[in-house]
Design a protein around this ligand. Structure first.
Ligand SMILES: Cc1ncc(COP(=O)(O)O)c(C=O)c1O
Length: 431
């Protein structure tokens, strides 16, 4: 199985967190997102413990809430003592509504609006990860007006190629995120941050991409960032005390995926940070990382009922489901690979090659092409695995299809953590 929270019972049904997926589909309806809380907590603890092991506790994993944001996930990661990365006032609001401590939140975004900055200052958000000079000036100005000091990290493009899909690659010079090192832009920003009256210049940040399987680019990025901290010290006299190395750790979507052992990543990056600091005579900074996908991705599945099965002789067979790009736009956006299983026919041989299609009015509304499944008929159940990250959070109401519910399983007990949208929800803002 793709994830250790999944299994198969004696009826030949898929299970998640010990619950029969067919029973869940009957109880809560489909499409349905289901997540296993034990798996989420296990990963949070693994990250937290690795900071004790490799940095003597001088660091903190932040959960990148863009992967999946709702009040309950904020409560869970808070209980697990992680911080949070938010990228909009909406994600910030969600976290605060869940009682998440503002001081443990890093506020990201390449175009934070004045209203968002103002709101985040009023909430005493822990850190602003500043993306550009316009934002730096605005933040300094607004903090001055409010009579407070904003704690700042600068988002830097270290120029590391992480060999990932170009749509989710963000460490390059040609990226809308952050200040480039090579062009001197990052150093200029550091000098501005150092002299801004209402900013406390705490450190630097980088994020080199997503769904990365190789440890080497992370190590290289960490070395470059420590080198930049050294350059800033030489040019401004300021020794930065914080380094945020971003997220991007890959997960298993299909059998062939070989994500790194997170412990190996933490070990290698910690070694790189320590040895570079020694080389430059710098104190080891307080380290942050920002895993999103790797905390929730494998912990979630999406369950659908099969509607029609359309065989086009000599072309292909479309299996249409009761969801689609509205609840999972990732195949339509960038042809993401997924494992699809027949959740109530796990013992049947996969003899048919099919394309799993959604119900939206778009030919590109596909969930996966050329997957091997058993012979299917209307009413059968399909489950798409590893959909805990960037599925609910990227969902839309295209075609006015209500977003599915999210059910969380804990110790074999399911509970709804996000209700299914109703038709009333769809028109609630219509005038
Ligand atoms: C700045 C930043 N941090 C963290 C993440 C989380 O990445 P992942 O979910 O791949 O761990 C992202 C994702 O795009 C990001 O842009």
């Amino acid at each position: 199985m793709i994830a250790n929270c999944l299994g198969k019972n004696e009826k030949g049904h898929l299970t998640i967190g010990g619950c029969d997926v067919k029973d869940l589909a009957q109880q809560y309806g489909t499409p349905l997102y289901v997540m296993d809380e034990g798996k989420i907590r296990e990963t949070c603890r693994m990250y937290r413990d690795s900071f004790r092991k490799y940095y003597g506790g001088r660091g903190m994993p932040l959960y990148a809430s863009k992967a999946f944001s709702c009040k309950e996930i904020c409560r869970i990661v808070n209980e697990e003592e992680l911080g949070l990365d938010v990228v909009s006032a909406g994600e910030l609001y969600t976290a605060l509504q869940a009682g998440f401590p503002a001081e443990k939140i890093h506020f990201h975004g390449n175009n934070k609006t004045p209203a968002e900055i103002s709101y985040a200052l009023d909430c005493s958000v822990g850190h602003f990860v500043v993306d550009n000079l316009t934002e730096l000036e605005l933040l300094d100005h607004l903090a001055g007006e409010k009579g407070c000091k904003a704690r700042v990290l600068l988002r830097v493009k270290p120029g590391v190629d992480a060999h990932t899909h170009k749509f989710i690659r963000t460490g390059q010079i040609d990226s809308k995120f952050g200040f480039a090192l090579e062009t001197g832009e990052a150093l200029t920003a550091a000098k501005e941050a150092a002299k801004a009256e209402n900013l406390e210049f705490c450190g630097v940040h980088c994020h080199i991409g997503s769904q990365i399987f190789d440890v080497a680019p992370f190590v290289l990025a960490a070395e470059i960032m420590v080198g930049f901290i050294d350059q800033i010290r030489k040019e401004t006299g300021i020794t930065l005390e914080e380094l945020n190395l971003g997220g991007g750790f890959g997960i298993k979507y299909v059998q062939e995926d070989t994500p790194p052992q997170y412990d190996a990543y933490m070990h290698a990056v910690s070694d790189a940070v320590h040895s570079k600091c020694k080389e430059y005579g710098l104190p080891v900074p307080y380290i942050f990382i920002e895993p999103g996908r790797s905390i929730v991705g494998e912990a979630g599945i999406t369950v659908y009922h099969v509607g029609s099965v359309k065989e086009i002789p000599g072309v292909r067979t479309y299996v249409s489901i009761d969801g689609g790009m509205g609840d999972n736009p990732r195949y339509a956006l960038y042809q993401s690979s997924y494992t699809v299983v027949a959740a109530d026919k796990m013992d049947e041989p996969c003899t048919k090659e099919v394309t799993v299609a959604g119900k939206c009015c778009e030919s590109g509304d596909l969930i996966q092409e050329n997957v091997m499944l058993p012979e299917l008929k209307p009413g059968d159940l399909l489950a798409v695995l590893s959909t805990g990250a960037y599925n609910y959070s990227m969902a839309s109401n295209y075609n006015r299809i209500p977003r599915p519910a999210v059910v969380m399983i804990k110790d074999g007990q399911p509970r709804v953590i996000i209700r299914r949208e109703s038709f009333e929800d769809l028109v609630k803002n219509d005038v």
